[in-house]
Design a protein around this ligand. Structure first.
Ligand code: MD3
Ligand code: FE
Length: 218
């Protein structure tokens, strides 16, 4: 007879945790056990809300393409950007947040000490080689109390983790397929960005990096 000594939570592989700030952590490979389910869910979200290019407030075209799911999604136009319950491309609500997204968000936030994280916005960024995201702060969310959970998939990225002013020095942190970053509290408003993605081929995602950020925006 075999005893079932391990509950479901024990199936999670041990994760290497890198602390990058007082309340900011990289959970290495944390999303890997969910990756198949995650990619299937992502496909169905992107069928309803395909990636599109957006403008920065300065009027530039962002090199990363974006989509969203959940109650609130990210939209931009010449006038600025904001969260909206409607996808302007389809004039319909954003696709529902897949349960896998909730599961990873809750598990990762709790591993980093943020209990009961329930996101209402899932932003999805797609980077082709050469695409980047300039240093910025995430400050359009209604409350800064909740953490943000970010899932990296596909090609690796060099993530820039800065201070509270754009000119502050930045740490460079490599992010790989399956890595999850959780940040909140005192680190919530740090400047951050992504350096241009190096050309390469990822066995699962090809010539692409996808980043999903799960947030409490409303
Ligand atoms: C912020 N995305 O969508 S998330 C964004 O990889 C965004 O696509 C990037 O910035 C991406 O707004 C980065 C990862 C991240 C990690 C740690 C942080 C963002 C952070 C710590 C403080 C502030
Ligand atoms: Fe950001």
């Amino acid at each position: 007879m075999t005893l079932d000594l391990f509950g479901e939570e024990d199936l999670q592989q041990p994760t290497r945790i890198d602390r990058i700030g007082q309340q900011a952590w990289v959970l290495r490979g944390f999303a890997l056990p969910w990756v198949e389910a995650l990619l299937a869910a992502l496909d169905s979200v992107l069928l309803q809300a395909p990636f599109r290019q957006m403008q920065t407030p300065g009027g530039y075209i962002m090199s990363a393409r974006l989509s969203s799911c959940g109650d609130l999604g990210w939209t931009s136009d010449g006038l600025g950007y904001r969260y909206s319950p409607i996808d302007p491309a389809s004039a319909a609500p954003w696709p529902k947040m897949p349960t896998t997204f909730y599961e990873i968000a809750e598990a990762a936030a709790s591993a980093a000490g943020f209990a009961d994280f329930l996101p209402d916005a899932g932003l999805i960024n797609s980077y082709a080689p050469g695409a980047k995201m300039s240093l910025h702060q995430d400050k359009n969310e209604r409350s800064y109390e909740a953490p943000i959970v970010s899932i990296s998939l596909g090609l690796p990225a060099i993530f820039q983790f800065g201070g509270f002013q754009r000119s502050d020095p930045t740490q460079r942190i490599s992010l790989f397929h399956g890595d999850v970053v959780v940040w909140g509290g005192v680190d919530r408003l740090r400047f951050h960005g992504v350096l241009p993605i190096k050309p390469g081929h990822h066995p699962v995602l090809g010539e692409q990096r996808i980043n999903i950020t799960l947030r409490k925006a409303g």
